[in-house]
Design a protein around this ligand. Structure first.
Ligand code: ATP
Length: 257
């Protein structure tokens, strides 16, 4: 059976107004993302990837068009959309367990039930044994694991990840890409993942949506049907990586001159 559509953007536009300046960042964005699909938003710097993610999260209002998540118009943040940021803003006064169970606690889920849930996701992200540790004692990669567990623990319909590995060193980044692949295979969710790293995009995505320059819209999409886990040195992987890079550079070049 065809998976149903969970996220829909219809003719979405976003203009920021700062004083007398108007900055039209997105214009005519149309997309449809299926249940359990892993979609990467890819584009050069400042093409509005984070802005689009924030609109889908309901953290910013659209200026034009509509966004629907799970058949509901987005008009503010909701627990059915979980965010994982580049620098994970963990609560420093809470332990790993406290951070992960924070969402369910706010939603009023009883202690035994939310503990069980939190423990499941802590184990899933490979942090068993660190339940009582405070964020200050964790490495960057471990903090991102907590951020992922925290997002999953709300059991959202859609997980939105904004360059979650952008600040990690290369080695940890590779490891976390493998980890997210493993986590997604076990806990199927709809994921929208922002990156400007092409290798990461091809490694993780079921589908890559390429954003144009500002005002941005989706200029191209690539269905990535390579078997998982993917081999970053495989011929087809390298071919796709080059094809997408060439496309993005060519389209940027057309605008530049
Ligand atoms: N809250 C805001 N107020 C005003 N302008 C904003 C705001 N958020 C983003 N912008 C502007 O929107 C444009 C796109 O920024 P955005 O961060 O969405 O791009 P991006 O593709 O995610 O960039 P990068 O890859 O560099 O992180 C930029 O010109 C930025 O200045």
């Amino acid at each position: 059976m065809e998976n149903r559509i969970v996220v829909k953007c219809k003719n979405v536009g976003k203009t920021f107004i700062q004083g007398k300046e108007e900055n039209e960042v997105l214009k005519g964005v149309n997309l449809a993302i299926k249940e359990e699909e892993f979609v990467v938003l890819f584009g050069l710097a400042e093409t509005g990837k984070t802005t689009l993610l924030n609109l889908i999260a309901g953290l910013e209002p659209v200026t034009e068009g509509t966004i629907e998540v799970n058949d509901e118009i987005v008009d503010g943040p909701k627990p059915n959309r979980g965010m994982v940021y580049q620098t994970t803003s963990l609560f420093p006064w809470l332990t790993v367990l406290g951070n992960v169970e924070f969402g369910p606690a706010v939603q009023g889920i009883k202690k035994t039930e939310r503990r069980k849930k939190a423990q499941y996701y802590i184990d899933l992200v490979g942090l068993s044994g660190f339940e009582k540790t405070y964020p200050i004692k964790l490495s960057g990669g471990m903090k991102q694991r907590v951020g992922i567990a925290r997002a999953y623990c709300n059991e959202p319909k859609v997980i939105l990840m904004d360059e979650p590995f952008g600040h990690l060193d290369a080695q940890t980044r590779y490891l976390m890409e493998e980890e997210i692949e493993r986590i997604c295979a076990k806990e199927k969710r709809t994921v929208i993942f922002v990156t400007n790293n092409i290798e990461e995009a091809v490694y993780l995505a079921d589908r890559i949506l390429v954003l144009s320059d500002k005002p941005s819209h989706i200029v191209k999409e690539y269905q990535i049907d390579l078997p998982r886990p993917r081999n970053i040195t495989a011929k087809e992987f390298l071919r796709l990586r080059k094809e997408i890079t060439d496309f993005v550079e060519r389209s940027a070049g057309e605008v530049d001159g």
